[in-house]
Design a protein around this ligand. Structure first.
Ligand code: TRP
Length: 356
């Protein structure tokens, strides 16, 4: 989602981010991590290097991981939920294929967890309309669409996202910069709830952001990479599809390939893609290609992606041939999430209305 970022919030969370990375490494069990994705299409290699890889790393280090599929959030700017069953199961297949382990991690869709959704009511009482209106994503939406067309769900979704995070007492939320204002709101809501209803012993932790350290990949057309922009390589793409997608990528006419992100953003992003896939530096990929031009660069990128994701893709194909299994994983995740959310809702009600 597009959003302009409040600089002080960004700085504060980068500062917190540094020490958190160390803390997660030293005591992973101290962290309950919640991440979320909107089911708006298949995940692509930008997601892999930007966040999926990191989630798996944190899970494998021993942190508790919850992965939320935001299927209510998906209808804030879509008119229909018709594609959601396909897109939700597709996400589950992507997660499992990259190594999120359903025995350790909890994968669920938030529409299925009633107790989570009910937290929206008390949380709405803790924020003002003006405050929500200042949220950059909401503000952008109102500016582009006009407030008459913005739905109540769109307007209140940052508050709903606070419920996504707080229902399970997550203390760490890996996000991109665009999500920081939402995280700040979740922190505000946690603080206000604690002040108002649980002053002696804070009930909700204030969740911390974990910003991705991965460098940003551009889309193949040289613009921002996006799920619905059709400008990336989906994780599940075949080797041939990958070759065709990369063949279309924007480059420039300089035959000597060099890594210069400022001067040659498209070529440099392709180099970065190949470098991430092969665990090398983009400079060394460039040196190897030398004066081979765009054709050699594209051949290199295609090969690197196909090699790196061959096993993930094979697993992804197996998984998507078995939707019953994917539904089972989701049902188990839902059950775990509901147990957690039910306990939270009971405590919230007790704290707010302890007399009845
Ligand atoms: N808003 C996030 C996005 O657009 C998805 C999301 C929903 C999320 N709920 C969340 C992210 C909770 C982190 C925590 O990508």
């Amino acid at each position: 989602m597009p959003a302009t970022t409040a600089t002080p919030a960004l700085l504060a969370s980068q500062h917190r981010g540094a020490s958190i990375t160390e803390r997660v490494e030293h005591e992973p069990e101290a962290f309950r991590i919640l991440t979320g994705d909107r089911p708006t299409g298949p995940l692509h290699i930008g997601h892999y290097f930007g966040t999926l890889q990191n989630r798996v790393r944190l899970q494998d280090a021993g942190a508790e991981l919850l992965v939320l599929i935001a299927d209510y959030q998906a209808i804030t700017d879509r008119y229909s939920s018709a594609d959601l069953p396909r897109d939700v199961l597709g996400l589950v297949a992507d997660y499992l294929a990259v190594g999120i382990d359903p025995d350790r991690a909890t994968i669920f869709a938030h529409s299925q967890v009633e107790e989570l959704n009910q937290l929206l009511l008390p949380f709405l009482s803790l924020v003002s309309v003006a405050e929500i209106g200042r949220n950059p994503t909401v503000k952008d939406e109102v500016a582009t669409t006009g407030s008459a067309a913005v739905t109540g769900l769109m307007f209140t979704y940052p508050v709903h996202q606070a419920a996504d995070i707080l229902f399970c007492h997550a203390n760490l939320v890996p996000v991109g910069k665009d999500q920081l204002p939402h995280l700040e709101l979740a922190r505000t809501i946690a603080r206000r709830f604690n002040d108002r209803y649980s002053p002696a012993a804070p009930y909700f932790p204030e969740p911390e952001a974990l910003l991705s350290a991965a460098p940003l990949l551009l889309g193949l057309d040289g613009t921002k990479m996006g799920k619905s922009r059709n400008n990336s390589v989906p994780l599940r793409a075949s080797a041939d599809q990958t070759a065709r997608l990369v063949a279309r990528a924007k480059t420039d006419s300089d035959r000597v390939i060099s890594y210069e992100p400022e001067r040659r953003p498209e070529v440099s992003s392709l180099l970065l893609m190949a470098a991430l896939c092969t665990d090398q530096s983009p400079q060394s990929v460039a040196d190897r290609i030398g004066d081979g031009g765009a054709a050699a660069l594209k051949a290199e990128v295609t090969h690197a992606i196909n090699q790196r994701f061959a096993a993930v893709r094979a697993r992804r194909a197996e998984l998507s041939a078995d939707p019953g299994y994917l539904r089972l994983i989701l049902a188990e995740g839902t059950e775990r999430a509901r147990a957690i959310a039910g306990e939270t809702l009971r405590s919230v009600r007790r704290l707010m209305y302890n007399s009845y």
